[in-house]
Design a protein. Structure first.
Length: 338
């Protein structure tokens, strides 16, 4: 997965609308002053993080992230947001957001079912460090803006969890209308699972029929640039969380029959199970190096039924336990790429 992706030119207009100088943001970020003048703006994950840190420094407003993407003007919505608002329900909208957001950057939106909860978690797959707090604020505010406009209610999440130390609790609890936990293991926006069934008053099947095929075409165009092996591994990394990976599920995501996908894998001299193991191993290394997830949570996100199955597989790959591997490589991440 190449760590260069396009960001929308609408970002520049949004900064100006909010009273920030795009050039000042770039200066704070340590990036070229003409970056936003290009017709197509491409950045790496680290450059994206630098831009959001620059926004935070330039705005000097602790609530900037919550205000920035709580957009009232629908004409300023990007295609992914329009598709989400046109969806049938909150659950449908979240799934479309998770599917189509990957078009714009190597970002994964996990939708994790746990009991009566649905946990929404954003992950930047190629990040070497923690994402800026402002970026998490914006992502969570974006989801809530879609959820509230779509349902036509002041919908409240069950709770919000931040990894950061406690700061401005009152501001966050007022915005989200729910309890906020600081010092958590992960950044999570948590809904009651029953809320996923809420119908969207903004549901527009005709508009969705126009927007969704275009987004699917862009997604398919990205996939077409990869080998079948890469396509399958990319898809696996997006659907592993909480479920046992099956070839028919991947085939459905790739819009081909199971038989066709099996034939293409055979032609490339690889089996589906080999790719499952490769995807799990690569994601396991990423989680162990770049997150504070507990090992049982890592096992869940990799699609294992229990932590012991993950431990056995990891020992076969690396010759040691996940905990020992993390301790060894935490101080020298370059070794992990070997």
């Amino acid at each position: 997965m190449a760590d260069r992706f396009r960001i929308a030119n609408a970002l520049v207009r949004r900064l100006e609308d909010l009273g920030l100088s795009p050039q000042a943001v770039l200066r704070r970020a340590g990036l070229p002053a003409n970056l936003f003048e290009k017709e197509k703006i491409y950045v790496s994950t680290e450059e994206l993080f630098a831009i959001y840190r620059g926004m935070a420094e330039e705005s000097k407003d602790p609530g900037f992230g919550l205000k920035a993407w709580t957009e009232d003007r629908v004409e300023r919505y990007d295609p992914v947001s329009i598709a989400a608002l046109s969806a049938y329900s909150l659950g449908d909208a979240l799934e479309r957001m998770a599917r189509y957001k990957q078009i714009t950057c190597p970002e994964k939106i996990h939708l994790i079912d746990r009991g009566d909860e649905c946990r929404v978690q954003f992950e930047w797959l190629l990040a070497e460090g923690d994402e800026p707090g402002l970026l998490i604020d914006i992502c969570f505010a974006w989801v809530m803006a879609i959820a509230r406009r779509g349902t036509g209610t002041a919908l409240r999440p069950k709770r919000v969890e931040f990894k950061r130390p406690e700061s401005r609790r009152e501001m966050y609890e007022k915005h989200f209308g729910s309890a906020v936990k600081f010092g958590a293991r992960s950044n999570l926006l948590v809904f009651e699972k029953a809320d996923l069934e809420r119908r969207f008053v903004t549901h527009n099947a005709d508009l969705l029929a126009i927007v969704a095929p275009q987004l699917e075409a862009e997604l398919n165009e990205q996939l077409a640039q990869k080998t079948v092996r890469e396509q399958v591994k990319t898809t696996l990394k997006k659907i592993l969380a909480g479920q046992r990976p099956e070839i028919r599920t991947v085939a459905r995501e790739l819009r081909v029959s199971t038989r066709t996908l099996q034939r293409r894998l055979t032609a490339e001299g690889v089996t589906f199970q080999q790719l499952v193991a490769e995807a799990r191993r690569e994601m396991a290394r990423h989680y162990l190096l770049h997150s504070s997830l507990e090992l049982n949570e890592t096992a869940y996100l990799l699609g294992y039924e229990d932590a012991n199955s993950f431990f056995r597989a990891f020992h076969q790959w690396e010759g040691t336990s996940p905990g020992e591997w993390r301790a060894t490589h935490a101080m020298s991440p370059e070794l992990a790429a070997r």
